[in-house]
Design a protein around this ligand. Structure first.
Ligand code: AHR
Length: 504
């Protein structure tokens, strides 16, 4: 089987916004308590944050973390999580039916983010609360001082404002499961008024309005149009959320779901542009895919958990090799829309549907999906180039003309590096890739990273055992401006090219 690709310097989609390699930490399960925070752990720092977890987050080079939810934020009073810890209330957390101790709140999380080298994408509660709580939180976080909430922050030991730039106006407000679920008109009005007040406190912030919780929501499309009709002048982003699963154990169909993701992205761009046209606006709304991942392995076990406990092991999907392939495909799909998709958050980061898992008092380890996410985040910085691809195709249960090769090229001009990300969806055979890199003269193959697993697609990693991990023994080579490589059956590939004589 053979596929060809043309990569040309001038076929620019856009500069990739580093925030597409964002992630997400919610007060849910063991993400915070027992995940990033475990004060009794031997690796804990003076704040109780696990250093081994921070090291793994650093390796991923995550530039942005959405916080504190998720469904959690729709019942959250941010004031419960600031000030002396001994006075913080324990609350029934209704979204996930757990007990929230509020031991970690805004200031502790901002401290963790600083240590993890990431910015925060802060969500406000538009479920049980609204304009007042949101504008007060912006004042608490971003105002230098001399006002009630900024002085309150200072009295809590934080002199300098955080200057948080990106904010989410609630979470999944279209979903009946959401505390304070709203119609599109109700949410659109509230989001617009909240946005105005938040920006009056700090005009430099950027705001994300809630789009649909997933593409199959009955209100999808109408929801986005109505919400943007209300909020267009006040927000910069509309959100998308999507999780996939291989419930039918149909691998070709599972790996083809990126086509649906692509269609979802295109549809939201069209809806945003329809409202732009309707309003005769010059402004483009960008997309924030602020929840995406595979989520289905833990669904059954979660039904058996006792309610009202602290940090129950919820949403602890153990990912296998095929999940890593889909995650790679989802990353390529998002990069193809680098001109409009400027934020994306892998949901989530630690223990909860996460690339990083922890054992209580034990190790922190990498799930299979850790690798494609790390490769994209580390090597996918620069300009997204539009690749011209010719690939064999197949049909699956829900999709026709699925390309066997899913690929993308990223040009890092500063470092003189070109990176090709390539997913081979073919189950049995390797795919011979021939990639014409025409005007990239003097480039040579620096590394061909491969994540493959010899056909055992259900293989997962665990604490102390990592059978699924990449190697750098791919056979990519270059001759006369053409890169050739054999992409093993069912594999994720990163072909890294570097201009001869330049930094490696
Ligand atoms: O990421 C887990 C949950 O998925 C989030 O809390 C919610 O927004 C979504 O439904």
């Amino acid at each position: 089987m053979k596929a060809t690709m043309i990569v040309e310097k001038d076929f620019k989609i856009a500069e990739i916004d580093k925030r597409v390699y964002g992630s997400f930490i919610e007060h849910l399960g063991r993400a915070v308590y027992g995940g990033i925070y475990e004060p009794d752990h031997p690796e804990a720092d003076e704040h109780g944050f696990r250093r081994d977890v921070i090291d793994l987050v650093n390796e991923l080079q995550v530039p942005l973390v959405r916080y504190p939810g998720g469904n959690f934020v729709s019942g959250y009073n941010w004031e419960d999580g600031v000030g002396p810890k001994s006075e913080r209330p324990k609350k029934l957390e209704l979204a996930w039916r757990a007990l929230e101790t509020n031991e970690i709140g805004t200031n502790e999380f901002m401290e963790w983010a600083k240590r993890a080298g990431t910015d925060v994408n802060m969500a406000v509660n538009l479920g049980t609360r609204g304009i007042d709580a949101a504008r007060n939180l912006v004042e608490y976080c971003n105002h230098p001082g001399g006002s009630f909430y900024s002085d309150l922050r200072i009295s809590h030991g934080v002199k300098d404002p955080y200057n948080i730039k990106t904010w989410c106006l609630g979470n999944e407000m279209d979903g009946p499961w959401q505390i304070g679920h709203k119609t599109a008109h109700e949410y659109g009005r509230l989001a617009a008024e909240t946005a105005k007040a938040m920006k009056w406190v700090d005009p430099t912030i950027e705001l994300v309005a809630c789009g649909s919780s997933h593409r199959n929501m009955p209100t999808f499309a109408e929801w986005e149009a109505t919400v943007l009709d209300h909020t267009y002048e006040h927000v910069e982003f509309i959100s998308l959320h999507q999780y996939y699963g291989n419930r039918d154990n149909d691998l070709p169909n599972y790996l083809a779901q990126t086509m649906e993701m692509d269609d979802f992205i295109r549809s939201v761009i069209s809806i945003a542009d329809y409202i732009k046209a309707k309003k005769r606006s010059k402004k483009h709304i960008h997309l924030a895919f602020d929840e995406w991942n595979v989520w289905y392995h833990s669904n059954e076990q979660d039904k058996k958990l006792e309610p009202w406990t602290v940090a129950p092991p919820q949403l602890e999907d153990i990912y296998n090799f095929e999940d890593a392939l889909l995650v790679g495909g989802m990353l390529i799909t998002m990069l193809k829309h680098a001109d409009r998709l400027k934020i994306a958050c892998l949901a989530q980061l630690v223990n909860v549907i996460a690339p990083i898992m922890t054992e209580q008092n034990g190790s922190a380890w990498k799930q299979t999906i850790y690798y494609p996410f790390m490769h994209a985040s580390v090597y996918g910085r620069g300009i997204a180039l539009h690749p011209i691809v010719s690939s064999p195709k197949y049909d699956s249960k829900d999709f026709t003309d699925v390309p066997v090769l899913e690929s993308m090229a990223v040009y890092n001009e500063e470092q003189d590096q070109l990176t090709i990300f390539a997913l081979n969806r073919e189950v049995r055979e390797p795919l011979q890739l021939e990639c014409d890199i025409r005007n990239f003269e003097g480039y040579e193959v620096a590394e061909h990273i491969v994540l493959e697993n010899g056909g055992n697609v259900k293989q997962s990693n665990s604490a102390g055992s990592a059978p699924v991990k990449p190697h750098s023994n791919g056979d990519a080579s270059i001759d006369g401006g053409t890169v050739t490589a054999s992409l093993p059956a069912l594999s994720w590939n990163v072909i890294r090219l570097q201009k001869r004589g330049e930094r490696g």
